[in-house]
Design a protein around this ligand. Structure first.
Ligand code: SF4
Ligand code: SF4
Length: 149
């Protein structure tokens, strides 16, 4: 087997990955663009089906990814040394999985070689969200969901 055939995510740590390898870990599920609620006492995170209004509903990708903080100042940037903050990501997220020493799922595009597999597996947020520009802040608790975790 040539070195280029190696599954880099199984041989490199998050810190060792190139920018291109790091970016390819994102499966475009869109789950990290869902609004979350945090229990102040326990720190537990609860996902809602309210999503950032910039997210493309079909591709589940951000149209402003490279300069997204200009549009949403508190939009997350994931770093390899994030530590406990990986809990802010859904348990299916490749960054969190690798941080926790777990394998990627078969539907991950790096394994399936198909960008649609994340949608076909029912992992992406496609078709089941409400845009945050249509939801009042006081209504968000009514939108808590259990299909992310
Ligand atoms: S949750 Fe993870 S895999 Fe899904 S879009 Fe966000 S960064 Fe990418
Ligand atoms: S700005 Fe882009 S990456 Fe950030 S939450 Fe909105 S859609 Fe997601």
């Amino acid at each position: 087997m040539q070195k280029t055939d190696l599954k880099f995510w199984e041989t490199l740590s998050l810190e060792q990955m190139s920018r291109a390898q790091w970016e390819s870990l994102c499966d475009s599920c869109g789950r990290c663009c869902l609004h979350k609620l945090e229990d102040e006492d326990t720190g537990d995170i609860y996902f809602t089906d309210v999503v950032c209004h910039y997210l493309n509903e079909q591709t589940c990708q951000c149209p402003h990814y490279d300069n997204r903080q200009e549009f949403v100042p508190d939009c997350l940037t994931i770093y390899p040394d994030w530590g406990k903050k990986f809990n802010w990501l859904p348990s299916t997220c490749a960054y969190r999985l690798l941080h926790e020493g777990k394998p990627l799922f078969d539907w991950h595009p790096l394994i399936s070689k198909d960008l649609q597999s994340v949608h076909l597996a029912g992992i992406s947020v496609r078709g089941r969200t409400f845009s945050d520009d249509k939801i009042k802040e006081e209504e968000i608790e009514l939108h808590m969901i259990d299909w992310v975790e």
